[in-house]
Design a protein around this ligand. Sequence first.
Ligand code: FA5
Length: 341
Amino acid sequence: MDRTPDTVAAVNWDELEREAVAAYESAASGDELEEVHVRYLGRKAALPQALRGVRDRESGMTLNAVRRRLEEAEEAARARLDGGTVAGDYDVTLPGDAPPRGHLHLITQIRREVEDVFLGLGYEVVDGREVETTHYNFDALNFPDWHPARSTGDSFFLDDTRVLRTETSPSQIRTMEERGGPPIYMITTGRVYRRENVDATHTQTFHQVEGLAVDEGITLADLKGTLLAFMRAIFGPERRVRFRTHYFPFTEPSIEPDVSCFLCDGVGCAVCKHSGWLEMGGSGMVDPALFEFVDPEKYDPEKVSGFAFGLGLERIALLRHGLPDIRLLWGNDLRVLGQFR
Ligand code: FA5
């Protein structure tokens, strides 16, 4: 006995599908779409009716396939009319969640600020290299053989002749070699490496800014004036600078600049350990031995003089922002870093 209901045989399903798909495609509004839905997929429409009456597997498969294609056409029409609403789950026309926006790390900001200050003073910014030869890192900078920085206990060596630079000072030599002679007014910034015990003020990787001025008639007064201008630009116009004598193998005399404490203005507080002053780095007049070493013809020590300085960028960050521990800068804690936008 043929159990297929009349409706299955009576309808040309191919034609119905073509008609329905065309209707979905031309539906121009939500109301029209609803009408098309009622006409072809509504409870009383021919297809759902026929499906309810189907008894044999083959007709069921044919009609289900038609239904699936009509549902797809309806879905597509709805997406088109809703401007992208898919299955009613979400509306892509609504504003989304903005992805969190990053910003420059505090040390990068300070590096750029420092570069801006010196560009404003007529300096150029040059690149250095992080892997140095012992020649540039020690010999050319007048480091005596016995200096502890030459040992594997203090520095990271790649082999006998190559070392991760322990300071930015080798770029003084490289710049002087590259140039035909004075005048030189340059700074360089970048990472340096030391085998330190890590604590609140020391890490094994940190950043320095190195400055070098070589010209005729440069004096210690020029060094002092330059560092004063720099400290005031970074820490505020009221700052005073003082200098203490020190020793570096490549400067003679060597002096260490202190800046008056920006928090207490020299009165004494916890930040400056009640001294009123903050230590900033090293500096001095270029040792004539360096000129001899590079090229005494181009840099005649009788005529040419210069000054150099090297300051820690992390130190500037800690002091200026009252950060109690250098490790906060490199712990990747966004609660800390996010404060410095
Ligand atoms: C020098 O590195 C000399 N090259 C500076 C110099 C340049 C002197 C040119 C004369 C002429 P010093 O070792 O003091 O000097 O380091 C300079 C600064 O780097 C320090 O004041 C400090 O701010 C920073 N610094 C040194 N060691 C560390 C460390 N382990 N972690 C973070 N900052 C450091």
